[in-house]
Design a protein around this ligand. Structure first.
Ligand SMILES: [Zn+2]
Ligand SMILES: [Zn+2]
Length: 136
């Protein structure tokens, strides 16, 4: 699947899949940068790179041990490395910007109002406003 750089960055535009879904898939993936000409012919093909290199994934597993979402214990082998600030938006691929999430919670973080940040070296999750209101 190819996606326009602008579409990936902003999450807006028309693609086969919803841009927000592509952002989620690209969050932890192998990426092959391709520059397309005006007739969509490939002009320049970059080198495949992993958005999260293996050594960083190992360090992330040591820190989070399993899916980091509250109450979830899914094993690292079923988890994705989520970029808190998407790499397409300049987010670092570093432990301070990564969190281990199972497929289900990775989808949740991308497509609902949940947010996550690293506080004192640990992931901290914040529910969306509508959910907070319901709990109080
Ligand atoms: Zn993600
Ligand atoms: Zn999970």
């Amino acid at each position: 699947m190819t996606i326009d750089w602008h579409t990936l960055k902003t999450g807006t535009g028309t693609t086969e899949l919803a841009p927000s879904a592509i952002r989620r898939l690209a969050c932890d993936a192998k990426v092959l940068p391709v520059v397309l000409g005006s007739n969509s012919e490939p002009l320049d093909i970059g080198r495949i790179s992993y958005t999260v290199p293996p050594h960083l994934r190992r360090a992330l597993i040591v820190r989070d041990k399993h899916c980091a979402f509250p109450g979830c214990r899914r094993r690292p082998s079923t988890c994705h490395a989520h970029h808190i600030t998407h790499w397409a938006n300049g987010g670092d691929t570093a432990l301070t910007n990564l969190v281990l999430l199972c497929g289900m919670h990775h989808r949740l973080i991308h497509h609902s109002g949940w947010t996550v940040r690293i506080t004192n070296g640990r992931p901290e999750f914040t529910p969306p406003n509508w959910l907070r209101r319901r709990q109080t």
